[in-house]
Ligand binder design. Structure first.
Ligand SMILES: N[C@@H](CCC(=O)N[C@@H](CS)C(=O)NCC(=O)O)C(=O)O
Length: 306
């Protein structure tokens, strides 16, 4: 079976979500450390322009976005399940809240606190990702800490409240994707040198829950170089079946560009191989990696015909 190759970097909260999925499922995986800022010359040939992290590579199939990565890992490795309490709906709804309303004030707060450590180049890169001019100095970035803090406290208390009946995990006695979907945002509070432990410390149940999740671990990673990952893609053929019907005015064979519909703007051009209500998979070719298929979720991504 082809290696599970994760392109990620240590301080990335979305990557932590996937590393924990490997832990829950007890999977071996290959760890390719990607740069945290552009350029990403050994990632972009695989994705065709998608720059966000993490990306899961399985041979010549490239999976973008943690929600799709989770679904694909569940499909390929169903036990133990990411949904030990049953369906995926509750988990998806909690994760959607966490990745928007909870995550962004945390991300801004942590970045503001660690502005000197992250440095001007980091903020220039993130501004460019959003199509905005680079900040001329870090003072306004730092000032945004106090603007974001007030919305954090009530939401942290909600998570403590969800655990108030003594349950071990957010939806019951077993850990699942819902836990990782909420945990990775809170994890970021302590992921950079200047930590925010004091925000979480008053919440005993939340702290115990975070400890239980961290104990799940990351499965069995082994290092891989980005060059090896590119070779692995070149040596493989995409495995995506062309078995779907046209939908939403899009059909296999159509030329499209797919990209996030939120803050990042990079579109990936290719030809639809497969389209369902949940995913869109597009074929593309690059001299470095040969033929690859890049997979995106439908939710959170736009598709333009080209
Ligand atoms: N919805 C995406 C969000 C991924 C995301 O925003 N990742 C951050 C890192 S945690 C990122 O890519 N930042 C820009 C970069 O690293 O280049 C997912 O679930 O994978």
């Amino acid at each position: 079976m082809a290696d599970l190759i994760l392109h990620h970097y240590e301080m990335s909260p979305f990557s932590e979500k996937v590393r924990l999925i490997f832990g829950l499922k007890g999977l071996p995986w290959r760890s390719v450390i990607a740069p945290a800022v552009m350029p990403k010359p050994e990632l972009v040939p695989l994705t065709g322009g998608y720059r966000r992290i993490p990306v899961l590579q399985i041979g010549a199939d490239i999976y973008c976005d943690t929600n799709l990565i989770a679904a694909e890992l569940e499909r390929r490795h169903p036990e133990p399940s990411l949904f030990p309490q049953g369906g995926a709906g509750q988990s998806a709804i909690l994760t959607a809240w966490s990745e928007t309303q909870l995550f962004w004030p945390i991300a801004r707060y942590v970045a503001a606190l660690n502005a000197d450590e992250l440095g001007a180049d980091f903020f220039a890169d993130r501004a460019a990702m959003r199509g905005q001019p680079a900040p001329t100095d870090l003072a306004p970035v730092k000032a945004s800490a106090s603007r974001n803090l007030p919305s954090l406290r009530p939401m942290i208390a909600w998570v403590e409240d969800m655990l108030s009946d003594g349950r071990r995990f957010l939806l019951g006695e077993k850990a699942g994707l819902a836990d990782f979907g909420v945990y990775h945002a809170l994890w970021f509070l302590n992921a950079l040198p200047r930590k925010s432990q004091e925000l979480l410390a008053p919440y005993e149940r939340l702290m115990a829950w975070m400890l239980r999740i961290s104990e799940i671990g990351h499965g069995s990673p082994s290092d891989m170089s980005a060059a090896e990952a590119l070779q692995a893609a070149k040596a493989a053929e995409p495995e995506t079946p062309a078995d779907s019907e046209p939908m939403d005015g899009l059909a296999p064979g159509d030329r499209v560009a797919v990209g996030p519909d939120d803050y990042a703007r990079d579109m990936v051009a290719g030809q639809i191989v497969r389209i369902t209500g949940e995913t869109i998979s597009i074929a593309r070719r690059d001299d470095l990696v040969g033929d690859v298929v890049v997979h995106f979720p439908r939710l959170g991504y736009q598709v333009k015909t080209t």
